[in-house]
Design a protein around this ligand. Sequence first.
Ligand code: NAD
Ligand code: LMR
Length: 325
Amino acid sequence: MKTPVHIAVSGAAGQISYSLLFRLVAGDLFGPEQPIILHLLEVSQAMHVLDGVVMELQDCASPLLYRIETTDDPRTAFKNADYVFLVGARPRGPGMERKDLLEVNAEIFSVQGKALNEVASRKVKVLVTGNPANTNALIALKNAPELGPENFSSMSRLDHNRAVSLLAEKCGVLTTDVKNMTVWGNHSTTQYPDLHHAKVKGQDALSLVERDWFVDEFISTVQQRGATVIKARGLSSAASAANAAIDQMRTWALDTPEGDWVSMGVLSDGSYAIERDLMYSFPVTVINGEVSIVKGLDISEFSMQRMKLSEAELKDERDAIRHLL
Ligand code: NAD
Ligand code: LMR
């Protein structure tokens, strides 16, 4: 067996974590040879619920789970953490936009950014899932000056997976036949799932589907999927969000496959004329754990318009929380 890795999860008594934690102890992140130590963070009022989750984790008798620590102090939770899932935040209800959560959730990420700065491993990978994920990730990053942009990403993988699955269904193929999917921008209704570079069994996706389907159906279905799930379940996506968090962290730690890329929220370096200092979802490759934005893709006017719309929304969000940066 290898040396255990330290994985911290915030919002550990919430619904996403109720799926995520059990996937982690089953070895779904790093496989059956990698032991883990879980650091579980909750607010003090939810510690009794977390106790129940811990009992259930113990009752799995997982050979990979070496230890569980629970706390309501971010500094304790993030101490020496190698991988951090920042899930803890309020979810939206029916009729809300994710950015309506900015005010209630932003403060959490400023406190947690500072704690990460103080105690986390200098190589830590911090994945922000709590909404609005991109701007929360920006807050955490800016409050951790001794860590770098390479230590932070915001979750776009759920949108990416939704887009892959929808295209695969439309083309009657398996999801593994779809490559080079891209979701640009914010994890919000302005996100732009883009088929211009996507391939299905090596063929251009846009040569296989009607343009009207792409413009009028595909884009809005992916953009609205979170709200559609909330309407159906009365609660926001949880198992699929946990699955996406594991997918994104696994890709970040173990690289993208040859010839493919994924969508990930990373700090913009000005690529594709997207303003620097925004957490923006780009197509990225990962090699040896290092994330690079895919450069040089042709961007049509149709695409650029949508990419800019999402950039504008992220700028507004950033303006609203500038005091926390
Ligand atoms: P939930 O309400 O079931 O759980 C959230 C948990 O976070 C609660 O147990 C709460 O006590 C805890 N929490 C709140 N403040 C905290 C703090 N300061 N420190 C530690 N824990 C804290 O919500 P959920 O359904 O698990 O969703 C969590 C977040 O993830 C929401 O903001 C939701 O909108 C977001 N989300 C994002 C995506 C994405 O793709 N980025 C997908 C689904 C959900
Ligand atoms: C999602 O995309 O399912 C989550 O961000 C939850 C939400 O509020 O839509």
